[in-house]
Every structure is written in C-alpha cells, then in structure tokens.
Write a new protein. Structure first.
Length: 110
C-alpha cells in the first residue's frame, strides 16, 4: 500500500483528522513557524503574525497547546508574563511543515 493511501486511511480517524486540521490551519501554521527555535510572549507573537486577530491568536494557541504542540508557561510575576514555545512534538511538526511552506513559496515565485 502506498504511503499516500495509508495517509488517506489514517484521516478517517477523527482525532488524526482534527490534529491535521489544527496544524495546517492558516493561523496554526503561522504560529508554529513563528515559534520555531524560540520562545515568544503573546504580544511578540501578535506582532510576528501579521493580520491575526487577538481572538484567532488566542484560539490557535489554546488549540495547539491542547494538541501538545505548544507549551504555555505563565511566570509568577506582576504584571503577568506568559511565554509560548514549541514542545518536542511541535518541533517535529515544524520540521515537516517548513519544507512544505518553502516549496509553496518557491512555486508562487516561479
């Protein structure tokens, strides 16, 4: 059985399908790529991802955190300081997404 066929069968699983949708959503991809190799505060992420609304950034971060791809660390300081970074699973996802985004970028420029 081809790898593509196996992948198609795997998407029949609702949990797998949901995770793929979260990772490949417009804002999910951008959040994951923005966090690649660094830790950012919410306001830094907001500035980094042009066009994202506060609502969509919050929702995307919560979803990716629930999926185990993003780590949220609330530091006990005043004012509140929250940092976001990738988990090892998030690093794995970015390693797979980055070549796809690079490929798409090259295709658009061609």
């Amino acid at each position: 059985m081809s790898a593509a066929r196996e992948l198609q069968l795997d998407t029949a699983c609702p949990d797998t399908r949901a995770l793929v949708e979260h990772v490949t959503s417009k804002w999910g991809v951008l959040v994951l790529l923005a966090l690649d190799g660094r830790t950012l505060r919410w306001s830094e992420l907001k500035r980094e991802i042009a066009g994202v609304s506060e609502k969509m950034l919050i929702q995307s971060l919560q979803t990716l955190e629930a999926d185990g791809l993003v780590r949220r660390e609330a530091l006990p300081v005043v004012p509140p300081h929250v940092e976001y970074s990738l988990t090892p699973a998030g690093d794995d996802a970015v390693a797979l997404l980055a070549p796809l985004v690079h490929w798409a970028s090259q295709r658009v420029r061609a």
